[in-house]
Design a protein around this ligand. Sequence first.
Ligand SMILES: *Cc1c(COP(=O)(O)O)cnc(C)c1O
Length: 360
Amino acid sequence: MARIFNFGAGPAMLPEPVLRQAAEEMLDWHGSGMSVMEVSHRGKEFIAVHANAEADLRELLAIPKNYKVLFLQGGGAGQFSFVPMNLLRGRGCADYVQTGYWSKKAIAEAKRYCRVNLVANTEDSKFTRVPKLAEWKLDPGAAYVHITSNETIEGVEYHWIPDTNGVPLVTDASSHILSRPLDVSRFGLIYAGAQKNVGPAGLTIVIVRDDLIGHAMPATPSVFDYKVQADADSMHNTPPSFSLYVSGLVFRWLKKLGGLRKMEQINIAKAKVIYDYLDQTEFYHTPVVKEDRSRMNVQFRLRNEQLDAEFLKQAESNGLSQLKGHRAIGGMRASIYNAMPTEGVKALVDFMREFERKHG
Ligand SMILES: *Cc1c(COP(=O)(O)O)cnc(C)c1O
């Protein structure tokens, strides 16, 4: 069976060459007579997989030496708790910017550990924009400032990095990490679940500045204490080995492609194909303000919502899968992560145009 174009938000498409290599190596990984899932995570071979993945990720994002890279479990949502547990450092308050579904979840979880200062909130404008820095009410005593730099559900993305006056900036980059170069030095901590734009579910990446770790709340589970895991090279317990291995293949694929600058150019071009079309049709529209539109998750709606079901049905039969928007907001969403080929985006717009011609 041919591969389809999967616009699902996550778990999401993976690059075909990566899937092929993983398939080829499945039964006999590097002459071991075993799959990579069956080898000891403490063996020499697997330690090399881990070390190469870290080295490649450091190279791709140009991660400075004074940052630790942790490969953990628990997902993006796990970090909603582990960030406050590790980073409050005895302070009673953290700053959070509320820009959509995922930041809201992060805030609800943080409230179990500290007072949350809502720095800015775009709920009034239905989460269709990133609040301008001039609107932010930062608390200089906050332990950190938390943002969600790509709101996966609403399709709202920061295209700039806020200046937080020396208070460590933390971002949930789950759905756009590795989509573009990033100045890591502007952040105290960056986290991302792998299953959106990196690899299979199970792996969570945490990139954290050295000086912020080592002050976890006493109740923090050891496996989620950044210092404990940093000291153990993320092997305090068994890492999600298969997900880490596949993510490592994705890092190699990105390097071969030309790195994140090249990836960004491709992503800009892909997003432009859809947004340009959305901007000149009356049949569909996107509620997200132009300068804050996500390159990864394109939220759009049919003006006549009565046609939603028919649109999704016909899309599916054209090999365009999982375009239904999140149940929280409805409408449509096309997730076009790194692994989505340009042809997929063009096929989507061709389909949308044809659907408009028939039903407009
Ligand atoms: C999907 C997602 C999460 C939740 O990730 P899990 O790995 O399911 O816990 C958190 N934040 C953002 C921005 C996401 O897109």
